[in-house]
Design a protein around this ligand. Structure first.
Ligand SMILES: Nc1ncnc2c1ncn2[C@@H]1O[C@H](COP(=O)(O)OP(=O)(O)OP(=O)(O)O)[C@@H](O)[C@H]1O
Ligand SMILES: [Mg+2]
Length: 243
């Protein structure tokens, strides 16, 4: 689904160069669910944004479904591809403050305009029910708790049935029960529709969710294993949890 090769990204800050991502290679198959963990400042969000077509790397290429490098497309084509095929749950959720919860959830589908507005509304309401937010659909984001904002953002990310779901700390504000539920929902959709998932998080792994695990530190990413074996490796070398 996604093949990224030799991805590099530096930031210049006060005359100093910060190497946020260095020579990163990652492949994501159809329906594959991948977990990237590592300490704060490791470059996880930067890499996720590059893979999702949101931030141009200094070097390297990202191909979606065997097409050309997405950064060789026009900005317009790339944003079209993002809206149609990718879903994002960001570390900072970016709900539109002037829209209600339901309108926020419907927005990516209204932009895509592949369904009539009534169908989009039904689907939005259904997704809000799934994340137990149906009683808050008329609220504006400022009238929500942190966890509720997060759940609205999750529903919004799923509205266009994306091929790839990019999640940056997707459940940071949720209690463990809700976290299990959200991962359960994402897994169900992933199994049913072949949706691929990349999760970046400090949180402990949800069992039986991920196919592959990567560890990231100082901009470098390495694959640490698959499923159960990987979680054993992680216990020996605990992740530095900064938050
Ligand atoms: N726009 C920017 N300008 C300068 N430096 C930046 C910028 N964005 C990020 N950085 C730096 O790049 C490094 C990687 O940042 P990134 O946000 O990718 O880390 P992260 O692994 O997601 O961390 P966290 O777990 O805290 O979210 C950090 O050292 C950060 O300070
Ligand atoms: Mg981050």
């Amino acid at each position: 689904m996604i093949i990224a090769k030799d991805v590099n990204k530096n930031y210049m800050q006060g005359g100093k160069r910060i190497c946020a991502v260095e020579s990163a290679d990652i492949t994501l198959g159809k329906g594959e669910r991948v977990y990237i963990y590592g300490p704060s400042g490791a470059g996880k969000s930067t890499l996720l944004h590059i893979l999702g077509g949101l931030s141009r790397p200094d070097q390297g290429e990202i191909k979606f479904r065997g097409g050309k490098n997405i950064y060789e497309m026009s900005d317009q084509k790339r944003s079209r591809l993002r809206n149609k095929h990718f879903g994002f749950i960001f570390q900072f959720y970016y709900l539109m403050p002037e829209l209600t919860v339901l309108e926020n959830v419907m927005l990516p589908a209204l932009i895509e305009a592949s369904l009539p507005a009534k169908r989009i509304k039904d689907r939005g309401e259904q997704l809000l029910k799934t994340v137990r937010m149906d009683k808050r659909s008329d609220h504006k984001p400022r009238q929500l708790s942190g966890g509720e904002i997060q759940r609205a953002a999750i529903a919004r990310a799923l509205i266009n049935s994306p091929d790839v779901l990019f999640c940056d700390e997707p459940t940071g504000n949720l209690d463990s029960e809700m976290r299990q539920e959200i991962y359960g929902l994402i897994k169900e959709i992933s199994c049913k529709n072949g949706m691929s998932v990349i999760v970046v998080s400090h949180h402990a792994l949800v069992e039986d969710f991920f196919h592959n695990e990567y560890f990231m530190k100082d901009g470098r990413i390495e694959r640490v294993g698959v499923g159960v074996r990987a979680s054993v490796a992680r216990k020996r070398e605990p992740v530095e949890v900064v938050r």
